[in-house]
Design a protein around this ligand. Structure first.
Ligand code: ADP
Length: 263
């Protein structure tokens, strides 16, 4: 797999002075987001259900103390993590709600168990709701900061937010719902200076991906660009939406899918 260079570098907006909270930041897309936000100058709280993974990524960001274990399906845990971030790092201005589970399976809707439905929805939908609620509540306490507003929330969607993915009804349902959650919250808080947007990636080639080279090639071929995304390509869009360059962007879904949903 040929990887493109990391998004960012010259020309990307500075995030100096921002305090960012990232969930599911221990691997894959979330890890890239944490690293990219820090590289642009943000102070970043790295959270993941795996404390070891969060610790390792915090070290990579150059902010080794800024990590904590967080299971986003636990609403009180989310509230405590957001409050702790504000206490330790200052007013929350950026949030990336990325934690997620669930990959396409060989089975279809009629075979989905109650347990599987709850397992995926509790993280991919309930978890995003818990985070957005706590983050908005924290951001409403921030003073207005001109074009930067009070804060920017970026939720992690998927092509499954926009089209139906066979073998992934739970995942698709959650990701569609997160699009609605994003739009409704954006509309509610637009006049409070809080922007809320969704990034909708195609399939991403992550280092921990269990896919074989053949599976990667087949998945890549489903994208008009003929390949999978590098996680850094998703992180670049997240950083844009987090920044003042996106100061008039809210309630949007931003596709980073190599053309997957354009055909
Ligand atoms: P992707 O390729 O979409 O980035 P990954 O599996 O690499 O997928 O990343 C998802 C991240 O979310 C992992 O680091 C995982 O530990 C984390 N995660 C999974 N469930 C939870 C949860 N309930 N709360 C917080 N983080 C979670």
């Amino acid at each position: 797999m040929t990887r493109t260079s990391a998004a960012g570098g010259g020309g990307s907006a500075s995030l100096a002075g921002e305090v960012a909270f990232v969930t599911g930041a221990g691997s894959g897309i979330g890890r890239s987001c944490a690293v990219a936000l820090a590289a642009r100058g943000a102070t970043v709280m790295v959270t993941d259900i795996s404390e070891a993974a969060a610790r390792e990524v915090a070290a990579v960001t150059g902010q080794p103390d800024n990590f904590r274990r967080l299971d986003v399906s636990d609403p009180r845990g989310v509230e405590a993590a957001v409050a702790d971030t504000v206490d330790r790092l200052g007013p929350l201005t950026v949030a990336v709600n990325n934690a997620g589970v669930g990959v396409p399976t060989p089975y279809r809707t009629a075979e989905v168990s109650d347990e599987e439905w709850r397992r995926v929805l509790s993280v991919n939908l309930d978890g995003v709701f818990h985070c957005v609620r706590a983050e908005v509540e924290a951001m409403l306490r921030n003073p207005e900061r001109g074009r930067r507003g009070r804060g920017s929330i970026v939720n992690m969607g998927s092509v499954g937010s926009l089209v139906g993915l066979a073998g992934a009804v739970t995942y698709t349902s959650a990701k569609h719902a997160v699009l609605g959650l994003t739009k409704a919250t954006a509309a509610e808080y637009a006049r409070d200076g809080i922007r809320v947007n969704l990034v909708t990636p195609g399939y991403v080639d992550t280092a921990i991906s269990p896919r074989t080279d053949e599976e990667k090639a087949a998945l890549g071929a489903r994208h008009p660009m003929g390949r999978l995304a590098a996680p850094e390509e998703i992180a670049g869009a997240v950083c844009f939406l987090a920044s003042a360059d996106a100061s008039f962007v809210t309630g949007a879904h931003y596709s980073v899918d190599g053309g997957f949903t354009s055909v």
